[in-house]
Design a binder for this molecule. Structure first.
Ligand code: PLP
Length: 394
């Protein structure tokens, strides 16, 4: 007997990080050529010790084992509203904030509250794969904006306008971008938002990497605009990277109250509430770890600079197309060879694990994504040596 499954889910690719990790499963690596793991965007450092100590204390409190409100502990919603209000120069109400079990869940519930089967969502290529996987599973059609390697940090208003149809419900933007690391300017983001708002289309902006921007000042001024304009805006955040809390699973959404009411229904069904102990950790992070977060963001900026230097100073035929936040997007020197083959070869022969561009959208076979946040700067030289060695093999 063959049991039938949901064909929309079955049609979606396997989880990309797990696929890449399978390339090295069961292998051991010698001390003279250890694995350089550039696959998943995980900070290379532990969370603040003060945070883990706090979590140990909180674990003993009876209330910690209970559900919280669906949209999160009110203290956390208020602390997060204050935090983004200060960062974006805007007045943000706790009523406009939902806490989620990570930013991936934030995207899923926001997208599902906005769009359903047969609707369209515009997605910038190269995209964050989990966004597109979710849309496809829901029967929502991703409509792609093509990549322009010569201007990875610009948004293409005309191309966006051409893709708007009566079925368009939203456009999703990741800034700074995963996988390119590119940051979109405040002016570009605002222009896109205006274009979309005038057509009743919501901008979903995933700002998971907001703390790792090179540009100073607020990422955009959309939060401080009038409520009717802000209504077409959904902002997504993550505690995973800024506080090195990937396993705690805390994210957040800021959007208008009407949409939040819809989102609340979905969150109730899938998680009831975010893990309470993790929410306590997030409150602590917001209240006590500004300095820690800024130090780590500074460290990441140093890594971006170090990475750009090693690429500029070597004889690499791998070309750095774009870099920033946690990522480098690189053109590999084997035109015509599928990126997945190049990435697999690097894993098997050079012990360098990275992701092929093809995981991030159509026509990305010339590229690789290096999540350099996982490496300390002293590992960049060996990384370049191994990339050089891979060039010589062909
Ligand atoms: C753009 C983007 N959004 C969301 C996430 C997931 O964040 P979280 O761990 O909060 O679910 C990631 C993780 O890599 C990401 O790169």
């Amino acid at each position: 007997m063959t049991f039938r499954h949901n064909s929309s889910v079955a049609a979606v690719n396997s989880p990309p990080i797990a696929e890449a990790q399978a390339w090295i499963r069961g292998r051991t690596f010698s001390a003279d050529k250890p694995l350089l793991d550039l696959a998943q965007a995980v900070p290379s450092y532990a969370p603040a010790e003060a945070l883990t100590r706090h979590v140990a204390t909180v674990a003993a409190r009876p209330a910690t084992s209970l559900y919280s409100a669906i949209l999160g502990i009110s203290e956390l919603r208020a602390a997060f509203a204050r935090h983004i209000g200060a960062e974006y120069g805007a007045r943000v109400s706790a009523e406009n904030v939902a806490i989620t079990s990570g930013c991936n869940q934030a995207f899923c519930v926001a997208a599902s509250a906005l769009a359903g089967p047969g609707d369209e969502v515009i997605v910038q290529v190269p995209f964050y794969f989990n966004h597109v996987m979710w849309l496809q599973m829901q029967g929502i059609e991703p409509v792609y904006l093509p990549f322009r390697a010569e201007e990875p940090g610009r948004l293409q208003l005309e191309a966006i306008e051409e893709r708007l149809t009566p079925r368009t419900r939203a456009m999703v933007l990741v800034s700074p971008c995963n996988p390119t690391g590119a940051e979109f300017s405040s002016a570009d983001i605002e222009a896109v938002h205006e274009l979309l708002s005038n057509r009743g289309v919501t901008l979903i902006i995933d700002e998971t990497y907001k703390d790792f921007r090179a540009q100073a000042g607020p990422p955009h001024t959309l939060m401080s605009q009038a409520a009717h304009t802000r209504d077409g805006l959904v902002q997504l955040f993550s505690f995973s990277k800024a506080y090195s809390m990937t396993g705690y699973r805390v994210g957040a959404i800021a959007c208008n109250g009407t949409l939040l009411t819809e989102i609340e229904k979905i969150l109730d069904c899938i998680a009831i509430c975010p893990p309470r102990i993790s929410q306590e950790a997030a409150i602590f992070a917001l209240e006590h770890l500004d300095e820690w977060r800024n130090d780590k963001a500074g460290l990441m900026k140093e890594r971006v600079e170090a990475l750009r230097r090693v690429f500029a100073q070597s004889n690499l035929s791998y070309r750095l197309i774009s870099s920033g936040a946690y990522f480098a997007y690189v053109r590999h020197p084997f035109p015509g060879t599928p990126a997945v083959e190049v990435a697999r070869g690097l894993a098997e022969r050079e012990n360098v694990l990275c992701l092929p561009g093809s995981f991030f959208g159509p026509e990305q076979d010339d590229y690789l994504r290096l999540a350099f946040a996982n490496l300390d700067s002293h590992q960049f030289e060996p990384m370049v040596e191994r990339l050089l060695a891979s060039q010589k093999r062909t």
